[in-house]
Design a protein around this ligand. Sequence first.
Ligand SMILES: [Zn+2]
Length: 309
Amino acid sequence: MKKTILCLLLLPISIFAQTLPDSTQLLQDLRWFSSDILGGRRPGSPGGRAAAQYLSAFFAFQGLKSFKDQYFHPFTVNRGNASLSGKNVLGYIEGTEQPQIWMVISAHYDHVGTMNNQVYNGADDNASGTAGLLQIAAYFSKNKPRHSILFAAWDAEEMGLQGARAFMQEPVVPTDQIALNLNMDMISRNAQNEMYITGTHPYPFLKPIAEEGARQSHIQIRYGHDRPEDHGAQNWISASDHGVFHQAGIPFLYFGVEDHPDYHRPTDDFERIMPSFYFQAVRTILQVAISMDQNLDTVMIHRKEAVAK
Ligand SMILES: [Zn+2]
């Protein structure tokens, strides 16, 4: 009898643990990626390499598969006359029903480094998306997706989306089998409690699926920054790595907040993020990812129709 009561008591807790990101780990990871030790995670720097090692170890711990014998996808970063060594970190989980159809969930882990003895920690940009990516990978490693998911932590985004471009030049899965890219970049703070989902204007078939996923979000979800009338910095279609997918004709959704005064400044620190907003943002993105996985075959049909037009 006692055992039964114990089971009943434990059940909701275990369901809770399976459906939500682990808020403690999420914040710990964000804090570490944005700590001074990593020196602003410039591509090819010791801090950048340490971040990549951590990502690789996390993928291994969660049982993600690698495409070669390691999770690293090295490439050369062009820096004017010089070059740096960049390193994407890629892992995947095979789908249980239609493993030939892929979704790429991504975030860039690099930032701009240290300048004039000041560390640009890039807590929001984009330690936030990187730590979120890990929690989403952890979820799907315990709750297998119907379609295959490639988890990509890009390097050298800040130098012109070079990690995502290198991936597209040497793709590890057939790009015509990628139905969708979900990209996170700056998701941990907003004074208005708002996060944007960008991409439903060029890809309207994604909107009802995104809305279904974001239905129970505790933060305000806005759609936009993706219309022809959104000019200059108001148009986010090419603002981060999802732009590379869009250029290749692959539908995308980008998750992010409006710029804030600490954007690309040494003050983009852990202390300035909003923990409860951040947790809710990751939770919402996870729910949208689950909703997309459920409907990825439909997304693929729309994608092919769009290419045929
Ligand atoms: Zn960024």
